[in-house]
Design a protein around this ligand. Structure first.
Ligand code: T1G
Ligand code: NAD
Length: 644
C-alpha cells in the first residue's frame, strides 16, 4: 500500500495514513482503507485498530480536486459503513484537523480520541455542499440534534474540549497521541463496546426548532446551509438507510450547483494567491519590529493589525498633539474589540504596551519594516521617506500604503530602491482581509517574499498588484462607481441601484458604501489630477461634495442621515443637486442593474489582466471579495462573468 502503513503493537494494529499535505481522501486512499479493513478483519491476531495520520493533520476531508470528476468506488459513505461494521473496534486518533470526510471516517470508528489542540468540523457548507458521507446523519446521533445543527450549518470546527463535552470525541490525550490511543484501546477492549453511531437513538425536535434553524440560514448565498437543515431534519425523523440516501441526493445536487462551483473556485484562489510561483524557494526576511508613519485612520488600523499578530510597533506622528491623537485612535479601535467581547482588558493593555508613539524618527532605527500611512500627497510622502531613509537600517523594508499614487515616484531618491514596495491595506485595516502587495520594478524578490510572509503573519489575504492608478481594487471600484452614476443618469434612483446590489449579495450598495467611507477622498484625488492639468470631468459625486455633502460624516452624501444614526434616508437635496444632470427613463430590473455593474467590473478586470496588473483572474475575484464585499458565493466578478 502506498498511502497507508500498518504495524502491530501487540494485538492492536496501528494504521497510519500518509497523503501529504493534508491527508485529503483520494480514490486510492478509499481503496486502501477498504482493503485494510478487509485484511484486519481477516487477521485473528488483531483485536483493535488505531487509525492515525502522519504529517500536520488528521484527514482534512475529501480531495476537493476530485470533485469535478466522475465518482470512483468505493464511495466514501460505503467506506465509513465498512469501518463501522468492522469485526474489531477502530479508534480514530486525531491531531491537527479532522474535517469533512475526515470527521465522517472518524465517526465511523467506534471511538475517537484527540490531542488537546485538535479541531473537528464539517466545513462542507463553505464549499457550497453538505457533508456527503453521513455528516448530517451520524452527527445528530452522536452529539444530539442542536449541536449537530450548529456543527454542520456553521461550518466552523470545534476545539477538542468542546468536542469532548458534546460527545464528538471520547477522550483528550495528553502526550504522545498513538501511545494514548493504544492505551485507550486496551482499556476499551476490557469493557462492553458502545453501539455503532448509526444504531444510536436520536431525540427528535419539534417544528418550532426546525423553523428557527431554517430561518437562521434563509439568506442568499446560504443554499447549502438551508439544504443541510433539511437533511438533518430528515435524518432525525427517518431510519438510517433512508437518511443516507436522502443526504446523498442533496449532496450530489449541490455538488453540481453554481454556488458550489463558485465557492470551490474561491477555495483554490485563496490558496494560489499567497504563493506566487516566482517566489518559490525565496527566503523572506524576519519581521520583528514594525514602524508606522501616521496614526490616522489607516496608521492606527495597521498598528492594531500588527499588535494583534504580536508584532511590536513604533508609531511616528507630526507633533505631540498628533502623537496623542494617534494613540487615542489605536486605543479606541481596541476599546471597540473589548466592547464586542473579542479582547479582554488585559489583552488591551498588552496591545497598548507594545506601541511606542513618538515624533522622533530616530525611534525607527531598529525597525525591520516601515509602513507609511500619511496624507495622500506626494510631497508629504517623499519628505517622510527622506527622513525614514536617514534613520533606518539599510536592510529595513520600506512600504507605502498609498491608494492611488505611483510608488516609484514616492520612493524616488530613497537609498536602496530594492527594499521598497507598496503595501495597500484596506479600511478598517485591522479587520479587512485584503492586502494588495505592489512591487516596483526595483523591488527585490526577497523583499516581495517578506511582504507575503507579513500578510500570513497578519492573517491577511495577499494579492500581488502591478502599478496603475488605484492598483486592482480601487481601479475597479472607480469603474463601478462610474457605471453606478451612469445608471442614475439613465434615470434610475440612488435607492434602486443600492437595493439591486444588496439583492445581488453585497451588504451595501455603491452609494451607501461611498457615504460610509466619505465622498471627499476620491474627490480630492480627482482634484489633484485637475491641479496637474489633467482633464477630469466632474462626476455626480463631485457635485455633491461641492454642495457640502461628503457622506455620513457631514450628515449627508448620497443620502441624508439623522444625527447619530447610520440609516440612509432618501435625500431631496441630493435629488436637487443631481436633477440637472440626470434624465433618462430608467426601467432596468434589479437583476439587470446588478448585471450591468458586475459586467463593468469584469470588463475593467479584463483590462487589468491584459496589462499584467493582476497575475490571474482569480486574484481579481479575491480583491473584490476580501476588499469590497463582493458576495463570495458568486465567485467574484471575473468568475461570475465567465472569465477564468
Ligand atoms: N482537498 C484537496 N486539497 C486540499 C484540501 C482538500 N480538502 N484541503 C487542503 N488542501 C491543499 C491546499 O490546496 C494546499 O495545497 C494544501 O492542502 C495546504 O492547505 C464527503 C465532500 C486542512 C485546515 O473543506 O480547511 O470532505 O497549495 O494552505 O492553512 O463530506 O486546508 O499547498 O498545493 O489551506 O495548514 C472538506 C479544507 C472537504 C478542508 C489546512 N474539507 N482545507 O490549512 O494549509 S469536502 C475541507 C482546510 C468533504 C465529505 C465532503 C485547510 C486545512 P497547495 P492550506 P493550512
Ligand atoms: P488620515 O488623514 O486619517 O491620517 C493621516 C495621518 O498622517 C494623520 O494623522 C497625520 O497627522 C499624519 N501625518 C501627516 N503628515 C505626517 C508626517 N510628515 N509625519 C508623520 N505623520 C504625518 O489618512 P488615512 O485615511 O489614514 O490615509 C493614510 C494613507 O492611507 C493615504 O495615503 C491614503 O490614501 C491611504 N489609504 C487610505 C484608506 C482609507 O480608506 N482611509 C485606505 C487605503 C489606503
Amino acid at each position: 500500500m502506498d498511502l497507508i502503513d500498518c504495524r502491530m503493537d501487540g494485538d492492536i494494529a496501528v494504521l497510519t495514513v500518509n497523503n501529504p499535505p493534508v491527508n485529503a481522501i483520494s480514490a486510492q486512499m478509499r481503496r486502501e482503507l477498504w482493503q485494510s479493513a478487509e485484511d484486519l478483519d481477516a487477521d485473528p491476531d488483531v483485536r483493535a485498530v488505531v487509525l492515525t495520520c502522519a504529517g500536520r493533520t488528521f484527514i482534512a476531508g475529501a480531495d476537493v480536486r476530485e470533485f469535478g470528476q466522475p465518482p470512483v468506488e468505493p464511495h466514501l459513505p460505503d467506506l465509513v459503513d465498512r469501518i463501522e461494521q468492522a469485526g474489531k473496534p477502530w479508534i480514530a486518533a486525531i491531531h491537527g484537523t479532522a474535517l469533512g470526510g475526515g470527521l465522517e471516517i472518524a465517526m465511523g470508528c467506534r471511538f475517537r480520541v484527540a490531542v488537546p489542540d485538535a479541531r473537528m468540523g464539517l466545513p462542507e457548507v463553505n464549499l457550497g455542499i453538505i457533508p456527503g458521507a453521513s455528516g448530517t446523519v451520524r452527527t445528530p446521533r452522536l452529539v444530539g440534534v442542536p449541536a449537530a445543527v450548529d456543527l454542520v450549518t456553521s461550518g466552523k470546527p470545534w476545539k477538542a474540549p468542546q468536542a469532548l463535552k458534546a460527545g464528538l470525541i471520547d477522550e483528550i490525550v495528553e502526550g504522545d497521541l498513538t501511545e494514548g490511543a493504544l492505551r485507550f484501546a486496551r482499556a476499551a477492549l476490557s469493557r462492553d463496546l458502545p453501539q455503532p453511531v448509526s444504531e444510536r437513538p436520536i431525540e427528535p425536535q419539534d417544528d418550532a426548532f426546525w423553523s428557527k434553524a431554517a430561518e437562521k440560514v434563509s439568506k442568499p448565498g446560504m443554499q447549502a446551509q438551508a439544504r443541510a437543515v433539511e437533511s438533518l431534519r430528515f435524518a432525525t425523523e427517518n431510519p438510517f438507510p433512508a437518511a443516507m440516501a436522502h443526504e446523498r441526493e442533496i449532496f450530489t445536487e449541490l455538488r453540481d450547483s453554481d454556488q458550489a462551483a463558485a465557492l470551490r473556485h474561491v477555495f483554490f484562489a485563496e490558496r494560489a494567491a499567497p504563493r506566487p510561483p516566482e517566489l518559490k524557494g525565496i527566503q523572506p526576511r524576519d519581521i520583528g519590529r514594525v514602524g508606522i508613519i501616521g496614526g490616522g485612520t489607516m496608521g492606527a488600523g495597521i498598528a492594531v493589525a500588527c499588535r494583534n499578530a504580536g508584532l511590536p510597533v513604533v508609531m511616528i506622528e507630526r507633533d505631540q498633539a498628533a502623537v496623542a491623537r494617534g494613540l487615542d485612535n489605536i486605543r479606541s479601535i481596541l476599546d471597540g474589540s473589548v466592547r464586542r467581547g473579542k479582547l479582554t482588558e488585559a489583552q488591551l493593555d498588552d496591545r497598548m504596551d507594545g506601541v511606542e508613539a513618538t515624533q522622533d524618527y530616530a525611534a525607527l532605527s531598529d525597525c525591520d519594516l516601515v509602513i507609511e500611512a500619511v496624507f495622500e500627497e506626494i510631497g508629504v510622502k517623499r519628505t517622510v521617506f527622506d527622513q525614514v531613509g536617514r534613520v533606518c537600517r539599510d536592510d529595513a523594508v520600506l512600504a507605502t500604503n498609498t491608494s492611488y499614487l505611483d510608488p516609484r515616484r514616492i520612493f524616488e531618491g530613497v537609498a536602496g530602491p530594492e527594499r521598497c514596495l507598496g503595501l495597500h491595506f484596506f479600511s478598517p485595516a485591522h479587520i479587512m482581509k485584503l492586502l494588495e502587495i505592489v512591487p516596483t520594478p526595483d523591488t527585490a524578490p526577497e523583499v516581495l517574499a517578506t511582504a507575503f510572509s507579513l500578510a500570513a503573519k497578519l492573517g491577511k489575504m495577499p494579492v500581488r498588484a502591478g502599478i496603475c492608478e488605484g492598483f486592482i481594487g480601487n481601479r475597479i471600484f472607480k469603474r463601478y462607481r462610474a457605471e453606478a452614476e451612469r445608471l442614475l443618469v439613465e434615470g434610475h434612483s440612488v435607492e434602486e441601484v443600492d437595493a439591486a446590489m444588496r439583492d445581488y449579495g453585497f451588504r451595501m450598495g455603491p452609494f451607501e458604501a461611498q457615504d460610509l467611507s466619505g465622498l471627499d477622498i476620491a474627490f480630492l484625488q480627482r482634484e489633484g489630477l485637475r491641479a496637474e492639468g489633467q482633464d477630469v470631468p466632474d462626476t455626480l459625486s463631485d457635485r455633491l461634495v461641492r454642495a457640502g455633502r461628503k457622506g455620513q460624516k457631514t450628515g449627508g452624501g448620497w443620502y441624508d442621515y439623522a444625527e447619530g444614526d447610520r440609516k440612509p434616508r432618501p435625500s431631496e437635496e441630493t435629488r436637487a443637486v443631481l436633477a440637472p444632470h440626470v434624465g433618462g427613463t430608467g426601467g432596468l430590473s434589479s437583476q439587470q442593474i446588478a448585471d450591468r455593474l458586475v459586467a463593468a467590473m469584469a470588463d475593467e478586470g479584463q483590462q487589468i489582466l491584459s496589462e499584467g496588473i493582476a497575475s490571474r483572474a482569480s486574484d481579481i475575484d479575491l480583491v473584490e471579495i476580501h476588499g469590497y464585499g463582493f458576495p463570495r458565493w458568486t465567485g467574484g466578478p471575473m468568475f461570475a462573468s465567465g472569465v477564468r
